[in-house]
Ligand binder design. Structure first.
Ligand code: JHZ
Length: 415
C-alpha cells in the first residue's frame, strides 16, 4: 500500500556519524511492520508497508536500515511485545540485576533507571531488593503492566529533552539499563547524549543489543525489521559512545536473541581486555569493512528459497504445518520468504495479547500454544528460533505424539 510520506523518512546519512558514505548491501523489499499484528476487524484491509534496505557506513562501520518509520506508529499503538512471556529472558534479567546490585553495591540510596522498561520484567528485581527504580517506556500496555506489579514507570519516549527534564527534577542514575532499545531509536546520537546526561559521573550504563557478528554468520536476517534501525558491531559502538563522552569499558557475549552484546559504558575511560579483544577480532574478521557484507544477500536468498522448498515439499506429501512464535522476526521471515496461509495453517504464541490477531502481511491466525496438542499439525516451523531449546523442551507432549519441528536459521532443517 502507498502511504503518507510523513509516516516514514528515507535516510541518506549515517545514523551515527552523519556521513553520506553509505552502501546498501541487502534489500528485503517493502514489508509490513513486524509487530503490527492485524486484529479481526482490520483483516483484509491493506496494510502499511515500508522499504527494508540495509546499508553499511564506510566511515564509522555502522550497519543500519535506510528507512525510519515514525516511532508513534511503531511503539505507541497496541505494541504487543511483553518481555515477561519468556521465562529464559526473565532468568537472564534477574541474574543481571542481582549481579549489579552486588558489584555496584546498590542500596536504598541508589537509583536504577531502565529505558524501554517494557512490563517491568527487569526492574522488578530491584524493587524486590528495596532499590529505587524508575522505568521509562512509550508503550502504554506494557508500561501499565509494570505499574501493576509495583515498578514505577513513566509512559514516554526517552529523548535528550526528556533527560533534561529528569535532571531538572534532580534525578540522576547510578545504573541505566537499556536492553534492546539502542537500535530502536531514530535519534541515535540524542539518545546516547541523553544517557550521559542522566548518568551520575560514577554511574554505569548497561546496554544489551543484538550483535552483528552472529546476525551475519548465522544468517539471522529475520531480526532485520523497521523497529531495528541499527545492527551494532563493537567498532561502531565504540565510536558512537566516545562522541558523547562515554566509554565502552567492558563487554560480555550473551546467547540471548540469537547472540547479543552486553555493554558496560561509563563516563570514565577504563577499557578492559574484553573490549580490546572484541575490537581486534572484528578488525581481523573484516566486520569494519563493506567487503564482509557483500555475500550476505545471496546467503539470505538461499535460506528463503530452501525454507519455502522444504515447506512446499512437506505440503506435497500431505503434511500439515503450523508455526511457533508470533515474533517480530517471524513477520520478516514469512513476508520476505513468502510463507503464507497455503503453507502454514496457524501460529501459536504464549503471549495472550497476540491471540485472536493475525500475522502482518500473511493473514495467518495466532492461537494459544495449546492448539499444537489439540490440532496436532505434523510440523511446526519455529519462528522464535532464538528460544528453540526452551520451546522444544516445553513441547515434549507434542513431540511424543510424533510432531516435528523445523528450524529456519542458520539453514532450514527438521529436528
Ligand atoms: P522474541 C522482540 O522481537 C521485540 P521478537 C523487540 N523488537 C526486540 O528488539 C527483540 O525482541 C529483541 C513467544 N514465546 O522475544 C513470545 C512463546 O510463545 O524472540 C514472543 O511472542 N513461548 C523489542 O518479537 C515470541 O515467542 C515461549 O516459550 O522477534 C518470541 O519473540 C517463548 C520463549 C516465547 O522477539
Amino acid at each position: 500500500m502507498t502511504h503518507d510520506f510523513k509516516l516514514s523518512v528515507a535516510e541518506h546519512r549515517c545514523r551515527s556519524c552523519g556521513s553520506e558514505n553509505l552502501e546498501n548491501f541487502l534489500d528485503l523489499g517493502d514489508t509490513p511492520l513486524a509487530d503490527r499484528l492485524v486484529p479481526e476487524e482490520r483483516r483484509g484491509e491493506p496494510e502499511l508497508t515500508f522499504p527494508l534496505k540495509v546499508a553499511f557506513c564506510k566511515d564509522c562501520a555502522l550497519v543500519q536500515i535506510t528507512e525510519t518509520v515514525s516511532p508513534e506508529i511503531l511503539f505507541a499503538d497496541a505494541y504487543p511485545y511483553y518481555s515477561s512471556f519468556s521465562p529464559a529472558l526473565l532468568e537472564h534479567s534477574r541474574k543481571n540485576a542481582l549481579g549489579l546490585i552486588e558489584s555496584r553495591r546498590l542500596g536504598p540510596e541508589s537509583l536504577v533507571v531502565e529505558l524501554a522498561s517494557n512490563d517491568g520484567y527487569l526492574l522488578k528485581n530491584y524493587v524486590e531488593a528495596g532499590i529505587p527504580a524508575l522505568g521509562i517506556d512509550p508503550a502504554d500496555g506494557p508500561a501499565a503492566a509494570a505499574e501493576k506489579i509495583g515498578v514505577p514507570t513513566r509512559c514516554a519516549f526517552f529523548t535528550y529533552d526528556y533527560a533534561l527534564g529528569l535532571r531538572e527534577e534532580g534525578i540522576r542514575a547510578d545504573v541505566i539499563h537499556g536492553n534492546n532499545v539502542l537500535a530502536h531509536v531514530a535519534d541515535t546520537n540524542g539518545f546516547v547524549a541523553a544517557i550521559r546526561l542522566l548518568l551520575k559521573d560514577d554511574g554505569v550504563a548497561v546496554i544489551e543489543a543484538p550483535y552483528l557478528a552472529p546476525l551475519t554468520e548465522h544468517c539471522e536476517f529475520d531480526t532485520i525489521y523497521h523497529e531495528h534501525l541499527c545492527y551494532f558491531s563493537g567498532v561502531a559502538l565504540d565510536k558512537l559512545f566516545r562522541r558523547h563522552g562515554l566509554y565502552l569499558n567492558r563487554v560480555e557475549h550473551l546467547a540471548i536473541h540469537g547472540g547479543s552484546l552486553r555493554l558496560y559504558v561509563e563516563p570514565v575511560e577504563n577499557v578492559e581486555a574484553s573490549v580490546k579483544d572484541l575490537l581486534a577480532a572484528e578488525t581481523a574478521q573484516g566486520l569494519d569493512g563493506i567487503d564482509y557484507f557483500r555475500g550476505f544477500s545471496a546467503k539470505v536468498d538461499a535460506l528463503k528459497r530452501d525454507l519455502v522448498a522444504l515447506l512446499k515439499d512437506l505440503k506435497a506429501q500431505g503434511k500439515s504445518i503450523a508455526a511457533y512464535g508470533a515474533a517480530a522476526k517471524g513477520a520478516t521471515m514469512i513476508n520476505t520468504a513468502g510463507v503464507g496461509r497455503e503453507l502454514v495453517d496457524f501460529v501459536v504464541d504464549r503471549n495472550v495479547h497476540k491471540h485472536g490477531k493475525y500475522m502482518p502481511g500473511q493473514d495467518i491466525p495466532i492461537l494459544p500454544v495449546e492448539a499444537l496438542v489439540e490440532r496436532r499439525p505434523d510440523y511446526v516451523l519455529v519462528l522464535a528460533w532464538n528460544f528453540a531449546d526452551e520451546i522444544l523442551a516445553q513441547q515434549a507432549e507434542y513431540r511424543a505424539g510424533g510432531g516435528r519441528f523445523i528450524l529456519p536459521v542458520p539453514t532450514p532443517r527438521i529436528v
